[in-house]
Design a protein around this ligand. Sequence first.
Ligand SMILES: [Zn+2]
Length: 356
Amino acid sequence: MVLEILEIKKNNPNLSRKDIQKLVYNSFREKYNIASQLVIEAKTYAWNVRRQGRIDRIVVRFDKRLFSFKKTKRKNPVLSLRVNSERIAIPIKQDGAYKRLLEHLQQGWEITSVIMTKDLKFYTTLKKEFPEPKVMPNVLGIDVNARWLAVSVYNPRTKRWLKQLYLGKDISLKQMKYERRRAKLQHYKDKFFDSKARRKFRMLSGRQRNYVRTRIWQMVSEIIKLAKENYATIVIEDIKHLRARKGKINKKGRKKINRIPYGFFRFALEHKAMQEGIKVIAVNPKYTSQTCPRCGKRRKASQYNYFRCECGFEANRDRVASQNICLRASRLLPSITAQHPEAGAAVNQPVWSYEG
Ligand SMILES: [Zn+2]
């Protein structure tokens, strides 16, 4: 259906989305004897890939009307799908993924759609509403950099640093090891067309990704725990600015930054924080590693990891960055801390903008 719609669009480029809908809705249902929802899905799909004019991945989405989970007489779970007037039941393998799905359903998640991919794997999309997270009086600032995560916890009322630590130093070391091994395999597989090297290279890439993601989830758990213990709102740097910063540095430097993938880290952090009722805000990261947290003076960008200021303050540059992230966020919440001086007081209404 998608290919046919692409052909129609190619021959009549002026057709709008609505025109196509009118054109194919009834004819396709008759021609293919298929559920009307799937015709609409095909049309949407074709519309989304109309510019490239071809399909790279075949994905079929079944919405709520087209799927249900049932049990056989022997109590085995099946996925029941409606493709036309009939339903087909697909047995479900009761593996780890299925158990995780059941756990989520027990925790109040709801399945909104089932997605079938080309290799006949089925995925579910889940949805759950969470209450607006509470704003806490202290701030926990995280600086994501090439080497590790620098974390600082600050109490804006007493102007005291409650905690200073680094997380994930092992990640960049292990990533470097993976990269060295991959470079070697890359050489073999390109030079000798070695299929064994190619297989190994793919396996290694998958293992590397799994390792990094597992470690990121672990670090996120540690951060959430720390935020809870210290009644802190979590503050990170805004990705928009980070991207701009990335573009400026050379290729080698860019590779370094990706050793702790910021995008995935932020996704994991916001995902988990939302479930735990903790607020995450993002501030502008400009000059965070070049400004003195004590006197506020800006230093020139230095290639060294150590920050020294005329006022006598000195610290690791990543620590300086995480402190400045805390200070920037706490400057945005004076009214909150004034209203609720005692640590632990939670305020429901956030009063600052996300832009910082
Ligand atoms: Zn200073």
